[in-house]
Design a protein around this ligand. Structure first.
Ligand code: TRP
Length: 443
């Protein structure tokens, strides 16, 4: 057997994982769910969720990958000795990958259109009354929706086509540029409106304000933002050389992902608080009200363009991590060449994505079925958390403690190892299960 391709360095591996983690979840979703759930208290719950659920499962996934040197499906099959129930978990991971990428790519595509139009000055005539209409007519334009979704899937596929080398090359450019651009926009908004209100909001903790809804949302988001629950990190971990530390990688990914999410708030909230903006539809604010306010900043057109470009970069480094697991499955399980596997996985996800692209008004029939909303709902709220707990349980019970301790290069009697194993065995599955049961009874 040919030796499996590996990341060229530990730093590149961490950058690829951070690239996967930092995406629309950080820049689009985190600021609005934090806003909706009242700020500081939610941030605290979220940090706890990342620490006791997200990061332990992240480590578990990477360990499963590095130990088996396979994609998620085949890793589970191999380590469970072909157990047919566990195979279903592998299949669940594949399904989630298909589902998430098909709608994610559509939203990512929106940023490309907004970037181009901001740059050309085509957004500058919009005001608070027309921006919503503009967004509405854009998302219901079938041609444009399919075009931008296609562009995004094509870029993603071209990178994945070249394997780890391609991903590394892309990440080496995307991540540093993303870091710089976010600091640029953040500096502009903070210097114009100040950071005082934002910081007060983000760090104002009042434990009496915690709601069940906030806890659920925080837990669900912890999975999504760290890219765990569908085997992305199994695949990325499977390309990680044995000599490098998985523990260190987990820590870096958790910390950097959180920093990016908080920076996104520091970039967006000063505008909201500074202009006393009325936030009605927080989910689409990124493409409506915010685009108008960004134009009012110094060099407005360009700042606005930079803003959408940075979101596109964050999204692209995530879409490649959603396509790679599916592609790796076709290579390793179906014996396809990488070129063919990329074509098959990218092509079929593109096809499913077309239905999402048409489900915001582009096609009357498809919009009625709300395919995009349903796929988002099912994957983010159900299959991702379910995949997450099952992978936690898999790592906790199927892989022996000796094997795990060896992978992590720690003693199995150490506090660190024991606490991690306990979180995987009991805490994370119980908490996630409670969330799911609560959701069933409240929907
Ligand atoms: N974490 C990314 C974000 O925050 C999205 C993402 C990439 C993802 N790969 C994933 C989510 C795998 C779940 C599973 O936008």
């Amino acid at each position: 057997m040919v030796e499996r391709k590996k990341w060229s360095s530990s730093i590149l591996f961490i950058m690829a994982c951070v690239g996967s983690a930092v995406g629309l979840g950080n820049i689009w979703k985190f600021p609005y769910i934090t806003y909706e759930n009242g700020g500081g208290t939610f941030v605290l719950v979220y940090l706890l969720a990342v620490l006791i659920i997200g990061m332990p499962i992240l480590l578990a996934e990477m360990l499963i990958g590095r130990n088996s040197e396979r994609n998620a499906y085949d890793a589970i099959v191999k380590l469970s000795n072909q157990n047919r129930w566990w195979k279903l978990v592998g299949a669940l991971c594949l399904f989630t990958g298909f589902g998430i990428l098909s709608f994610y790519s559509v939203v990512a595509g929106w940023t490309v259109d907004y970037f181009i139009n901001a740059l050309l000055g085509n957004l500058s005539h919009l005001d608070f009354t027309t921006t919503g209409q503009h967004f509405g007519s854009f998302v219901s334009n079938p041609g444009k929706q399919i075009l931008y979704h296609t562009i995004f899937m094509a870029m993603t596929s071209l990178i994945v086509w070249r394997g780890t080398k391609g991903i590394e090359k892309a990440i080496e450019v995307l991540m540093p540029v993303l870091g710089v651009l976010i600091v640029v926009v953040m500096s502009v908004t903070v210097s114009k409106y100040g950071a005082g209100d934002t910081l007060n909001f983000l760090f104002d903790i009042d434990l009496s304000k915690i709601t069940a809804h906030a806890i659920l949302e925080a837990m669900g988001h912890a999975f999504f933002t760290l890219s765990v629950g569908m085997g992305t990190m199994i695949v990325y971990g499977s390309y990680f050389p044995k000599k490098n530390s998985l523990l260190k990688a987990t820590l870096w990914i958790g910390v950097l992902d959180t920093i990016f999410a908080l920076m996104a708030c520091l970039m967006i909230y000063p505008i909201i608080f500074g202009t006393k903006m009325e936030v009605r539809e927080s989910a689409s604010i990124l493409f409506t009200t915010l685009s108008v306010e960004l134009q009012h900043l110094p060099f407005g057109n360009y700042i606005c363009a930079v803003f959408y470009l940075l979101i596109a970069f964050a999204a692209l480094s995530s879409t490649i991590s959603l396509l790679e697991p599916v592609t790796a499955f076709f290579i390793e399980n179906r014996n396809m060449s990488r070129a063919k596997a990329t074509l098959v996985s990218g092509g079929s996800i593109w096809f499913l994505g077309v239905f999402c692209a048409l489900s915001n008004g582009g096609s009357e029939f498809i919009s009625k079925l709300k395919i995009m909303d349903h796929l988002d709902y099912i994957t983010s709220n159900w299959t991702l958390p379910l995949g997450g707990i099952l992978l936690a349980i898999f790592c906790a019970y199927v892989i022996s403690n000796d094997e795990k301790a060896r992978e992590l290069n720690v003693s199995k009697d150490s506090m660190l190892f024991k606490s991690w194993n306990f979180l995987l065995k009991i805490v994370a599955p119980t908490l996630v299960l409670i969330v799911m049961i609560y959701r069933i009874f409240n929907s």
